[in-house]
Design a protein around this ligand. Structure first.
Ligand code: 26Q
Length: 821
């Protein structure tokens, strides 16, 4: 039996063949004999687009006719990856396309490999936005994703001599067949300048913002194809351009260079994605990026609203705006500004609309990741918005804080949207919580911490505003498209509805003990491991055995994610093998994939250390291939699609209380990997779903972390208390892994001792190594392991992003479905 998506054929193989050949000629200007793979890919996309664009038009027609409430998902990041295979599955032509290409002498995988990733995001937050718009379309909800059409996405990572080198990503250098430019919807955005107070003839005071500069926003629409393609929504990405007018005065005065520099400054706004996740640089251009896309998006939303409405009384009924973290917060004062300065509303009416329109998702508890902007920067770039923020803050402090905590100036300082100090700062998260009708965390535990630790006073003021929506992942990309073998096995076992109703995988759990089912399940896992092993040899020149246990740790590099804990553990295993050649352990492979923010020194040192340890371990004949370490360069969505299906053990080892949710943990479990992880983020809920006997939990929980920190954590106690830990830390200072250059790996040790080990790596080390031994033992009982893996995969229906979206709809958005014709 074939996957359902390949059964519901919207085009036959022959029709598809004709379409490809036609587009080779009419779209690509070539023919079958002369086309290269790039042309074949573009012709294939064009054939798919015949179906996609028709559904896109039907969807926008239906939404216009019904004039229904819609969600607008504002995000600086959409980490879409490749679209071709996904879109073919969702419109139901994957099988037809594969067979058509085969008839034409082409392999569908080779052709689809031509597509560059759309890497318009850093990590979890950006990929979540991509899964959410997939689910919104699949569930037929009216929704628009708004973001920036970056010329360069997240940097491409090369590894040279073990170190990360950043190279520019140019995803659309040779054109992108999925995007449509919409010049009819261009917007203009003001920046800089000053605010004038004017009094009208009625004696009323008005504010006029005289902008010092204008830039133009050009929208590019990416179709977002729902599964089975009833609904095709859009992701609208704004590109910045110089405003239209040509400055003839400057030109005639011989200042051609200046008008050119005006142009390049305008184009700089959407030039590149900032590569720092979980950290704030406070760069002016980043603030301008945020304002640019918020201003364009709000104008777009209002333009559409005004087609059917002559005043703003229905605005918040028609539009809800979801802020993906604080990055688009400036949309709040921008909507206030439009309503008051341009539409003539009074403050109270404008404020009431804003309070009913915006909702905010928090993705982090890390203090250094909470966005703050210097007041002076705001004043320079967005002077009118600063005034509005001051007024929001004044009313909040004088009315609401004063009512709750009368006369308490300390509380006012503590809760003020403006942080006092040497440089006064705007606290963006406070502005969100004060305005938004809902604030949500992204996993059950995280949402509790948002209330209790991050915003306790705001929670006291408005308990009803705080909700949880646990993250999810789209099963279309993260099972159907990336693991065809397992998808087909599930089709035969539980039927073909699971890509929509992931809970139905539960029906496979009753076969967890069935020898034949186990054999098939493990054969698929092995096939995926062979595919990955081939890729590892191709990319890294390292041979790994598919019979070894594959331990995979793939995510952005950060101290709180503790890649260095895994590294210390690898060193401990290596040392045990060297000291005792008969050390009882099955063959192990550790696979890392991770990008470090370019300015994050320690993160880059950890990448270097992983690569240096890998060089040594992989080439040490004494340990007889029992241990291999692989760092796969340029981790991204397309590589993730090969890694998740091949993992045996999913490493989710953040310090408890620091990983808001994690979503890779869900993708692994869905593909039959077992989690070795801490009680953090969504790991807690994965454990609830799969059962304590099917997950390996280690380390301190969140309360223990807090207690240890409160009692005064001393990493030296652990260093001196555990000889193995001391030995591996000391090893890092020698030149064992960096011959002739001792000390190259010492920064890791120093951060963990003199640096105070802020994420308690040393405190959790022993528990990790102990629990790892249990995993190794379990793995060597392949029947037991198969059972646990099957239960994992069959039990994680909760983590379908469709469920997340239904939760958002119930708890926050209150949307109704619209079925296009
Ligand atoms: C902020 C200011 C300036 C430049 C960059 C940034 C920035 C960019 C990206 C700050 C943070 C991010 C990304 C954060 C992120 O990915 N968070 C992750 O979100 C996931 C989805 O909710 C969670 O599963 C992860 O736990 C969380 O770390």
């Amino acid at each position: 039996k074939k996957a359902k998506a390949t059964n519901t054929v919207a085009l036959s193989k022959d029709q598809f063949k004709d379409a490809i050949v036609k587009h080779l000629r009419s779209t690509c200007g070539t023919d079958e004999a002369r086309a290269n793979n790039q042309a074949w890919w573009k012709a294939t996309c064009a054939a798919v687009n015949e179906l996609v664009f028709e559904r896109l038009t039907e969807t926008s027609k239906a939404n216009a006719e019904k004039d229904s409430r819609a969600v607008h998902y504002l995000s600086l990041e959409f980490l879409m990856g490749r679209l071709t295979v996904n879109n073919m599955h969702n419109v139901g032509v994957f099988g037809a396309a594969r067979d058509a290409l085969a008839d034409l002498g082409k392999d569908v995988n080779d052709i689809c490999d031509e597509e560059p990733d759309m890497a318009l995001g850093n990590g979890g937050l950006g990929r979540l936005a991509a899964c959410f718009i997939d689910s919104l379309a699949t569930l037929n909800y009216p929704a628009v994703g708004y973001g920036i059409h970056y010329e360069h996405g997240l940097f491409r990572q090369e590894i040279q001599g073990g170190r990360q080198i950043e190279r520019p990503d140019s995803w659309r250098e040779y054109g992108n067949p999925w995007e449509i430019c919409r010049p009819e919807s261009i917007q203009e955005v003001p920046l800089y300048g000053y605010v004038e107070t004017v009094f009208g003839e009625d004696g009323k005071m008005r504010k006029v913002w005289h902008a010092g500069r204008q830039i133009k926003g050009v929208p590019w629409d990416i179709p977002v194809v729902g599964y089975e393609a009833k609904t095709v929504n859009v992701l609208r990405l704004w590109e910045s351009k110089a405003a239209d007018f040509f400055d003839w005065d400057v030109f005639n005065a011989g200042g051609y260079i200046d008008s050119q520099s005006e142009k390049s400054q305008a184009e700089a706004v959407s030039k590149v994605l900032y590569p720092n996740d979980e950290s704030e640089a406070g760069k002016e251009l980043r603030l301008i990026q945020q304002y640019f896309f918020c201003a364009c998006s709000l104008k777009d939303i209002i333009r559409r609203y005004k087609r059917n409405h002559s005043d703003f009384s229905q605005f918040s009924k028609q539009a809800v705006i979801q802020l993906n973290d604080t990055h688009p917060t400036v949309a709040i004062p921008e909507l206030m500004r439009i309503l008051i300065d341009e539409e003539g509303l009074v403050w109270d009416d404008a404020w009431a609309i804003c309070k009913e329109t915006f909702a905010y998702t928090n993705h982090t508890l890390l203090p250094e990741a909470l966005e703050k902007w210097a007041v002076y920067l705001f004043e320079k770039v967005l002077p009118r918005h600063l005034e509005i923020i001051y007024e929001i803050n004044r009313r909040f402090l004088e009315d609401e804080v004063e009512a709750k905590w009368p006369g308490n100036d300390e509380m006012k300082r503590h809760l003020s949207i403006i942080e006092e100090g040497e440089t006064r700062m705007v606290r963006m998260a406070f502005l969100c919580v004060v305005t938004c009708f809902k604030t949500n965390g992204v996993a059950a535990m995280h949402s509790e911490l948002v209330k209790e630790d991050l915003f306790p006073e705001f929670y006291e003021l408005w308990p009803e505003r705080f909700v949880n929506v646990t993250n999810g992942v789209t099963p279309r990309r993260w099972l159907l498209a990336c693991n065809e073998q397992l998808a087909n096995m599930y089709n035969e076992t539980v039927g073909t509805d699971w890509p929509l109703k992931l809970d139905e995988l539960k029906g496979a759990a009753k076969f967890a003990d069935d020898a034949k089912f186990q054999k098939n399940f493990m054969a698929i896992k092995r096939e995926k491991k062979v595919e990955l092993a081939d890729k590892i040899e191709e990319l890294c020149g390292i041979k790994v055995s598919p019979d070894a246990m594959f331990n995979v740790l793939i995510k952005r590099l950060h101290e709180y994610k503790r890649q260095h804990l895994a590294l210390l553990h690898i060193l401990a295993l290596y040392r045990r093998l060297l000291e005792n050649p008969d050390y009882d352990m099955g063959p192990q492979v550790f696979i890392f994939g991770s990008k470090a923010a370019p300015g994050y020194k320690l993160a880059k040192d950890i990448i270097y250390a992983i690569n240096k340890v890998a060089d040594k371990v992989n080439n040490d004949p004494r340990i007889k291939d029992k241990l291999k370490v692989v760092f796969m360069p340029n981790y991204r969505v397309t590589l993730a699609e090969k890694l998740f299906p091949a993992g045996d053990v999913s490493l989710q080892i953040s310090t408890a209380g620091y990983e808001a949710s994690g979503t890779g943990n869900m993708k692994f479990a869905l593909n039959g990997a077992l989690t070795l992880g801490t009680m953090d983020g969504a790991n807690v809920e994965i454990r609830e779903e799969v059962g304590d006997e099917n997950i390996f939990i280690f380390g301190m929980d969140c309360d223990e972390v807090k207690a240890l920190k409160a009692a005064g954590y001393n990493p030296w106690d652990y260093y001196y208390g555990n000889p193995e830990l001391k030995a591996v830390l000391d090893w890092l200072e020698t030149d064992f892994f960096t011959p002739g250059a001792p000390g190259e790996l010492a920064s890791i040790k120093h951060s963990l001792l003199e640096g105070g080990d802020p994420y308690l790596v040393l405190a959790d080390f022993e528990s990790f190594t102990t629990q790892y031994t249990a995993v190794d033992v379990a793995y060597r009982d392949q029947k037991k392991w198969a059972k646990m893996a099957i239960i994992n995969s069959a039990s994680v229906g909760k983590f379908n992003s469709d469920r997340s979206i239904e939760d958002y709809v119930d708890r926050i958005w209150k949307l109704e479905k619209v079925m296009p014709n």
